[in-house]
Design a protein around this ligand. Structure first.
Ligand SMILES: [Zn+2]
Length: 835
């Protein structure tokens, strides 16, 4: 009995003394060595919670939740002295950046932020994060203790938990007792859509600046409250490549400072030191460039940090795989490499605290006093409240300051649309952004009309200027103007005076208008649209404007439903007491059509580009709130198509797209929307009149070809570039009298990702809604061969077929969901065309 009591006492004593001394490693906690198994997300969360419960040097924050309900976590790790000063350290960063008033100190701890596993099927890094965390909190670890004296570390263990679990659950469910290293084994072939992307199939490492996804909104929201000095984004690349770390490849955006470039080299050399010691292979300065602003390296760089991407070879490698070099690559090795660069980066950051903070301060001082770029003021004309509000929200999320109006001011500036310098008036509701502000570099990168590209080989799109992406009229002004009202946030709609109307009218020119329509349709309210522009009571409405008349909506609470729906969406509506218009067609005329609530089918599954499909899915569910049925392409044969009015085929490879069944459905009144490669899959199919534009080379070109020097093997990358378009902006001529162009001006900015272009329809074949002329190029890199090809052709078209129609959208109008301009165009295809 006494013996038992004694044992119990010893056990209690162990628990108490253990609190200060012994902390379990990931191996002790999970029961296996890092990399011996894949850890599901909830177990990673458990380990982080465990550390938070036993270590006094950490604070765990849940800053968000994924679409599938998994927690998003940030672990803050600091020394005994600093853990209680976290808010002070954070405020100091804000002061150094000039975001908060007061002088910041450059003698404070540096903040280093490590972001793991943004791509779900690049899973080694989350495993490495636990090991790194353990090293930082292990009381016996003197090295990391020394680093933490002047450094606060933030670890985000997994940026994309939904994607990670999709991959890990797949892998764990298909491998045998021992992993099969044969590359063709099924455990190395992920099923559609794969774990890279989040729930809506968005690539979260393309979303930092746009923040269209809930994970990004939560994370970048937190990030911008801290603005760390060093940030690493952990990835994996194809498993035949070894390890990539900074310094990055060209091109660099020219706003990236000398210091940022130089410190990438300092960190890279330290990483290399450990890789050399261990005999591990690696490369630097290749493939991963620093241009597109929505990555986990560029976004931090444009926000004053040393932003870097690290890539371990390992996608699809499972627990073990045989590489092209004949070696067996294991998860254990992959985890060890990420762990090594984590520690190496922390070591360099802590050794350079003072310099990092001084340069950080200098970056923001320069932003406020000497912003980059020739324009010191950007003016966005407000002829579209919905779109201006959408842009304002995005600027808010990025901490870019703006205001509205400048009373009776006439200015001279670069007109983004005409590309000429012109005089213009600034109105009270125009959005005005002054460049002298803490986020000047980010502002410049997002708004400059043309991105300077020192080298054409880049990993991503080369044009994204927001006025084009949003389709807004904008001016770049060389003088510095401050807005009249420094008010941030969106503009409120004008209040409604009449709440018992003959009809309510809403504009049709932004996503918010579409959201309003969707909400009304779901409430069974009959909505009409005007085929032509009209004027009533001194107000002008464009074609496509929504008319919600009392006629046909014979409900006692009609007014209430319409006005409350509008109020809940911050939607401006006009109440009219008459259907007798001053100009245009009266509401009872044939030119005012009823919008029949469409039942929408979206094609998904193997062969479909999951990200392109996800953009459509997300638009319906998360942005406009309208139901959509997802059906696999392979299951269309047994789907009752007559249940649907609209079928959307996103980018993808479709072998026999125009089956007889589908064609009959269109002829019976169905509407088929084909996007990107779905368009090319339709060419030459029965009933399809669209023809690919042939390369017509004239004799001069042929002569030139004869004189061309022999192609060198060493130049093969260059010659591939001549026919490449990584993503460039073109201005199309838009027929906005056609329902596909409703609510848009007579031009449309399209982001071209390839050189596909089609012949114009003949008069009785179809409608040439969006066409490209010779002078349509606006911005971004286009290879010389492609440049010759892309002109005088069709990019947006509509063809009637029986009682139905086929809509051709050759480019992606919903690109990464930041191409705001295309959302209305796409909504026109769904709700307006063929009514
Ligand atoms: Zn990646």
């Amino acid at each position: 009995m006494i013996k038992k009591l004694l044992l119990a006492l010893i056990a209690v004593a162990t628990v108490f003394t253990g609190f200060a001394q012994k902390i379990q490693s990931p191996q002790e906690f999970l029961g296996y060595k890092p990399g011996e198994q894949f850890t599901t997300h909830y177990r990673i969360v458990e380990y982080y919670k465990y550390i938070a419960s036993v270590s006094k040097n950490v604070k765990l924050q849940q800053f968000g939740t994924t679409n599938e309900g998994r927690p998003l976590l940030a672990m803050f790790i600091a020394s005994d002295e600093n853990i209680g000063r976290m808010e002070e350290i954070r405020h100091n960063n804000m002061k150094l950046a000039g975001i908060e008033s007061g002088a910041g100190s450059t003698s404070m701890p540096v903040v280093t932020w490590l972001s793991f596993n943004v791509h779900g099927n690049e899973p080694a890094s989350s495993e490495a994060s636990m090991w790194t965390l353990y090293d930082l909190v292990d009381p016996a670890n003197k090295t990391t203790k020394a680093w933490l004296k002047n450094m606060l570390v933030v670890i985000d263990p997994c940026l994309n938990p939904d994607g990670r679990d999709r991959y890990v659950n797949f892998y764990n469910s298909v491998h045998g007792i021992a992993p099969d290293p044969s590359p063709t084994a099924r455990e190395h072939v992920e099923p559609w859509p794969g774990g890279r992307v989040n729930h809506y199939y968005f690539d979260l490492n393309r979303d930092w600046a746009w923040q269209q996804q809930k994970e990004t909104q939560a994370r970048v929201g937190l990030y911008n409250q801290w603005l760390p000095q060093v940030h690493v984004d952990y990835h994996e690349q194809g498993y035949n490549a070894p390890y990539y770390f900074a310094p990055a490849a060209e091109p660099y955006h020219k706003d990236i400072t000398q210091w940022q470039r130089q410190f990438q080299v300092t960190i890279g050399k330290n990483n290399a030191k450990y890789f050399d010691q261990n005999g591990w292979m690696y490369f630097t300065r290749y493939e991963f460039d620093l241009l597109y602003p929505s990555y986990g390296d560029t976004y931090p760089l444009y926000n004053g940090s040393i932003g870097m991407t690290y890539e371990q070879g390992g996608i699809s490698a499972g627990l073990a795989v045989v590489t092209r070099a004949g070696d067996t690559l294991t998860l254990v090795q992959r985890v060890a490499h990420h762990h090594s660069t984590s520690l190496s980066t922390l070591e360099v950051a802590s050794a350079n605290t003072q310099k990092l903070l001084e340069e950080y301060k200098k970056f923001f001082d320069n932003n406020r006093n000497n912003p980059p770029g020739e324009y010191k003021t950007y003016v966005i004309k407000n002829d579209n409240n919905g779109k201006v509000n959408a842009l304002a929200k995005m600027l808010d999320r990025n901490g870019i300051q703006y205001g509205f109006g400048l009373s009776n001011k006439t200015a001279t500036g670069f007109n983004y649309i005409t590309q000429k310098t012109e005089q213009f008036d600034i109105g009270a509701n125009d959005l005005v952004v002054n460049a002298y502000q803490p986020k000047a570099v980010l502002l410049h990168v997002l708004l400059e009309p043309k991105t300077f590209i020192p080298d054409s080989a880049t990993y991503d799109i080369t044009a994204w200027s927001l006025p084009y992406a949003y389709g807004l009229k904008a001016y770049g002004v060389k003088e510095s103007f401050k807005p009249a009202s420094a008010k941030w946030g969106v503009l409120d709609p004008a209040p409604l005076t009449n709440t018992h109307a003959y009809a309510y009218v809403s504009a049709w020119q932004s996503v918010n208008d579409v959201k309003f329509l969707a909400a009304l349709l779901k409430k069974k309210i009959k909505v009409r649209y005007a085929e032509k522009a009209f004027e009533v009571g001194g107000k002008q409405f464009t074609a496509g404007s929504l008319i919600i008349a009392r006629a046909g909506n014979d409900y006692p609470d009609f007014d209430q439903v319409v006005t409350q729906t509008a109020a809940s969406l911050n939607q401006e509506i006009t109440a009219l007491s008459t259907g007798f218009v001053d100009k245009g067609s009266d509401f009872g005329s044939d030119a005012v059509r009823v919008i029949h609530q469409p039942k929408v089918l979206l094609v998904a599954g193997e062969g479909v580009n999951s990200e392109a499909m996800g953009e459509v899915w997300h638009l319906f569910e998360a942005q406009i709130g309208y139901p959509v049925s997802l059906v696999k392409y392979q299951d269309l044969g047994r789907t009752k198509l007559s249940d649907f009015d609209v079928a959307i085929f996103p980018d993808g490879r479709y072998d026999d797209l125009m089956s007889e069944k589908l064609q009959n459905w269109v002829r019976d009144g169905g509407k088929l929307i084909a996007m990107e490669n779905a368009v090319s899959s339709l060419v030459d199919k029965k009933g399809i009149l669209l023809k690919r534009k042939e390369d017509k080379k004239d004799d001069k070109d042929k002569d030139k070809e004869k004189d061309k020097p022999v192609k060198l093997y060493g130049d093969r990358e260059r010659s591939a570039i001549s026919s490449s378009i990584p993503g460039a902006i073109f201005k199309l001529k838009l027929d906005n009298t056609h329902p596909l162009g409703f609510g848009l001006p007579d031009y449309y900015y399209s982001l071209k990702l390839n050189d596909d272009i089609y012949d114009l329809f003949g008069d009785d074949e179809g409608w040439n809604v969006g066409t490209l002329k010779k002078d349509g190029y606006v911005s971004g890199f286009v290879g010389s061969e492609s440049k010759k090809k892309i002109n005088n052709g069709l990019l947006l078209g509509v063809q009637s077929m029986g009682r139905g129609s086929v809509i051709y959208l050759v480019d992606d109008p919903l690109f990464r969901s930041f191409w705001e301009n295309g959302k209305l165009l796409f909504s026109n295809a769904v709700f307006m065309v063929g009514q």
